[in-house]
Write a protein that binds this ligand. Structure first.
Ligand SMILES: Cc1ncc(COP(=O)(O)O)c(C=O)c1O
Length: 410
């Protein structure tokens, strides 16, 4: 039957699939809590302090691990590039979007990792999407940790390979999956150095040995470890002495580097062909000249970041111990990275604690499913090399007061 406007059949609302999440959000806000996913930084004073709701707030929920965002040389490089090259490239890397700055940041990456090739994308998300989807296609197999970042999962989906997940950080489970893959099939094992929800690291040494035994190529996402893990800040693979076994390292400029952008570095002799066939590289505009200039300057400075790395580790140890001693349940028994996750009983309590901390003058990340493993609600603290010892001490006091006020600790 046709109605007055010519419609045939019943109308369907494509938004009905979001009803559960809309209801969940309404319930949360009805409890009177401030919206944890809508905070505005009115001013940012340094890598560790911003003004939120008119109040100076310690930032403990950014990925500014090495505190490079306000480094005077980094900022000056960006301003200079803005003046000399304009505000944007308005084009793809393979057409008009490669400026001298894009070459320079790729040179800096090659030097930082001591690898032959470096390819810069507009975000880390696109780097995973592009590399994974392009190298592993129909008929190939991707074996990956179940807790992998969304950009890894999306890359798997886009490439159409067979996707074989295994239990988080479980070496035997990974081997069982690899053993079942038909002989001769293309195999890619995808791992992360630091898993960002709980802040735990992967046993890369053992896992990469297993992957190689079965003839798989290995890609490691070092988004949360670049700059401060390993003797040269190259990440967990370097720290565990197996960087030379990794076929592709994926990274981002949005964390330790302190700007935006993503990359892949590799020694694969045919790597450069990817610039012609990788759709998230070809079919998007390249990064603005100011961004690549800040990234190149920051990466070169990170090569000499030994003291900052040591201070960041000290901050991580002090905060982990301080929170553990006060009775908080943490994501790892020992500090393993710059991320310390505090486990919350449920979303409502987590949001109440998040708000209590904000009122104390502290910003942390509230994380909830589906981003978190095992349906957990987490308050994720990420430390910065620019946090002073006094700030870390103050943070522990804030957690103690907020934890008692909300009943999270006794
Ligand atoms: C492990 C991992 N990979 C990739 C990305 C994407 O990075 P970007 O912010 O540059 O898109 C993230 C971002 O959170 C991440 O945590």
């Amino acid at each position: 039957m046709t109605d007055m406007i010519g419609q045939v059949g019943h109308a369907s609302d494509l938004f009905s699939k979001f009803d559960d999440i809309i209801a969940m959000r309404e319930d949360l806000l009805a409890s009177g809590v401030e919206d944890p996913f809508n905070l505005v930084m009115e001013r940012v004073l340094s890598p560790t302090v911003a003004v939120c709701n008119g109040r100076e707030t310690i930032l403990l929920g950014t990925y500014n691990y090495m505190g490079m965002t306000f480094d005077p040389e980094v900022v000056a490089a960006g301003k200079d590039a803005l003046d000399r090259f304009g505000s944007g490239t308005t084009g793809s890397r393979v057409l008009n979007g490669t400026y001298i700055g894009h070459r320079q940041v790729e040179d800096a990456l090659r030097e930082f990792y001591a690898m032959d090739h470096a390819m810069v994308f507009s975000t880390g998300y696109q780097a995973n999407l592009g590399i994974i989807a392009t190298i592993a296609g129909k008929g190939d197999y991707i074996v990956l940790d179940i807790d992998s970042h969304a950009s890894i999962w999306d890359g798997c989906k886009m490439g159409d390979a067979e996707v074989v997940p295994f239990k988080h950080n479980d070496i035997d489970a990974m081997e069982r999956r690899l053993r079942r893959i038909p002989d001769g099939a293309g195999k890619l094992v995808v791992l992360e150095g630091v898993y960002s929800m709980l802040g735990d690291i992967a046993p890369l040494k053992e896992m990469i040995a297993v992957a190689k035994k079965y003839g798989a190529m290995v890609l490691v996402d070092e988004a949360h470890s670049m700059g401060f893990m390993g003797p040269n800040g190259r990440g967990v693979a370097e720290d565990q002495g197996v960087l030379d076994q990794v076929d592709f390292v994926i990274g981002t400029f949005s964390k330790s580097v302190g700007t935006v952008g993503g990359f892949c570095v590799s020694n694969h002799p045919k790597f450069e062909v990817l610039r012609l066939v990788c759709r998230p590289y070809v079919f998007t505009a390249s990064l603005p000249p100011s961004v690549v200039a800040t990234a190149a300057t920051s990466i070169r400075k990170l090569m000499h970041g030994k003291n900052k790395r040591a201070h960041l580790w000290e901050n991580s140890r002090v905060l982990h111990k301080g929170l553990k001693d006060r009775g908080f349940q943490l994501g790892t028994d020992e500090p393993q990275s710059a991320i310390i996750a505090v486990l919350m009983p449920d979303l409502e309590k987590g949001a109440a604690m998040w708000e209590a901390l904000l009122h104390e003058g502290l910003y942390v990340n509230l994380a909830r499913p589906p981003a978190t493993p095992a349906n957990m609600t987490l308050l994720r603290c990420s430390l910065c090399a620019e946090h002073s010892a006094e700030q870390v001490k103050a943070v522990i006091g804030m957690f103690e007061r907020a934890g008692k006020a909300t009943g999270i600790i006794g």
